[in-house]
Design a protein around this ligand. Structure first.
Ligand SMILES: C[S@@+](CC[C@H](N)C(=O)[O-])C[C@H]1O[C@@H](n2cnc3c(N)ncnc32)[C@H](O)[C@@H]1O
Length: 290
């Protein structure tokens, strides 16, 4: 089965993800990172969205390790950093673009080490405290892979699961088939997305229970996409979102394809012709011992 994620969709999401992200991690680090001791491991980093957001928000980790199993996405990290951080930072790289040096405006440097690796098999041995980030990834993960992520917490590490899809999508105005489509979409999210059978939105509850059982501290904040079809980019984004839903659900057992097609074409018309608002529920979840 092809679990590859579309580079164009992941890159299209970047500005919408940035607006959605909460400040829960930044607030935590303001309290607990007095000596800048934390470095970053960004698991399932894709094309670098989380690192870019961190830097845009003044969160500079000295060492940044980016892990993903898709080399095509990893290869676009450098160009994405350059595109989104122009006027803010300069980016130098080695020949294969897997080791980068980012020089920030205040002349401090961050080092980026990009690795093609399976997140389930990545372990840390050093005692350096890390923020271990999983951005827009946890709903794709299976129970065993989430269990693996908890093994990384050790003494000082912090786990940060951001943009965790919570199973809720609300269109205003709504369409009579919205609930029907969402129910199939949530079933689809619980298929294999690269880590065995994914938990989908149920991963949030699983993480909460697991953190509580292990006696870890857990903080949760909302980080929804709220998109209105005001600008041309918003229209393109919404149309791509519904097209991807249509494509994903089309071959599912039991789906009524006539309803799916009708839903998609009605939505397209609304996006082009009416005022429409899309809310996709996400949570940011921070887990720590401190
Ligand atoms: C929805 S994307 C999120 C990308 C990025 N974190 C972001 O916020 O834009 C999920 C990512 O998980 C990666 N992925 C899926 N299974 C993986 C695995 N077993 N090991 C490493 N990366 C994996 C995909 O290649 C993809 O880049």
């Amino acid at each position: 089965m092809n679990n590859k994620f579309s580079k164009s969709w992941i890159n299209m999401r970047i500005p919408y993800d940035h607006i959605a992200r909460s400040f829960i991690l930044i607030d935590f680090l303001k309290k607990h990172n007095k000596e800048n001791k934390f470095n970053l491991i960004d698991m399932c980093s894709g094309s670098g969205s989380f690192l870019i957001w961190s830097i845009l928000n003044g969160l500079f980790f000295k060492e940044n390790i980016l892990i993903d199993n898709d080399i095509n996405l990893l290869k676009s990290v450098k160009s994405n950093l350059r595109q989104h951080l122009k006027n803010i930072s300069s980016i130098k790289s080695n020949n294969n673009n897997m080791n980068l040096i980012i020089t920030h405006k205040n002349n401090t440097e961050s080092f980026v080490n990009i690795k093609k690796y399976d997140c389930d098999n990545y372990t840390t041995t050093d005692s350096q405290p890390y923020v271990i980030s999983y951005s827009a990834a946890i709903d794709l993960m299976s129970r065993p892979s989430i269990d693996n992520s908890f093994k990384l917490i050790k003494e000082n590490n912090v786990l940060f699961f951001s943009l965790c899809f919570d199973g809720k999508v609300k269109w205003t105005p709504s369409h009579p088939y919205d609930k029907y489509i969402l129910s199939f979409f949530n079933d689809h999210q619980q298929s294999d997305k690269g880590f065995g059978m994914a938990l989908g939105y149920k991963s949030i509850n699983y993480i909460e229970k697991k953190a509580n059982k292990l006696g870890l501290k857990i903080q949760i904040r909302n980080s929804p996409w709220i998109v209105r079809n005001k600008l041309k980019d918003d229209i393109l984004f919404m149309k791509r979102y519904i097209l991807d839903i249509k494509k994903s659900l089309f071959h599912m057992d039991g789906i009524d394809r006539t309803m799916l097609r009708q839903w998609h074409s009605d939505k397209c018309k609304s996006i082009e012709q009416k005022k429409i608002k899309l809310l996709v529920g996400h949570k940011d979840i921070l887990i720590h011992k401190l």
